[in-house]
Design a protein around this ligand. Structure first.
Ligand code: DGP
Length: 125
């Protein structure tokens, strides 16, 4: 079910539980501001999710309420994860679904990193 990006933060969403260590994840990066792990249902040969450590529902919530340090830390982490995975030369795609029309399913901001093949057209509607 897609989520409404205006809803309040749900402390029991799956990614909040991963952040608290209550659920496992295949972690590839962890710092003060961000955690990155493999998507459970990969849509490309490499499909990593990067999430902020703070409690933010969506890109909208994060861009409105996060501190400058959190925003800088998170954006730098996304770039670092891709760099660490050797993706700069071959290229990669970032995606942040936000709310109903985008079909965001998990109500904690996450940026998808897709890579490992030619990624085709930007949108398939
Ligand atoms: P979105 O539609 O943008 O909200 O994408 C949510 C993604 O989260 C989807 O690609 C599958 C992934 N996902 C859902 N539950 C889990 C989980 O428990 N572990 C991991 N690693 N990924 C999950």
């Amino acid at each position: 079910m897609p989520i409404d990006a205006t809803q309040p933060y749900d402390d029991n969403n799956i990614f909040a539980r991963i952040l608290r260590g209550e659920l496992p994840s295949k972690t590839v990066y962890d710092d003060e501001f961000a955690l990155a792990f493999h998507d459970i249902n990969p849509q490309a040969p490499l499909h990593i999710l990067v999430i902020p450590k703070g409690a933010y529902v969506s890109w909208d919530d994060f861009s409105a309420r996060a501190s400058d340090a959190e925003i800088a830390g998170f954006v730098r982490a996304v770039g670092q994860v891709a760099r660490d995975a050797g993706l700069v030369a071959p290229g990669y795609r970032l995606l942040a679904n936000t709310g109903l029309d985008s079909h965001q399913e998990v109500p904690h901001l996450h940026v998808h990193i897709f890579a490992g093949q030619k990624l085709g057209p930007m949108l398939a509607i």
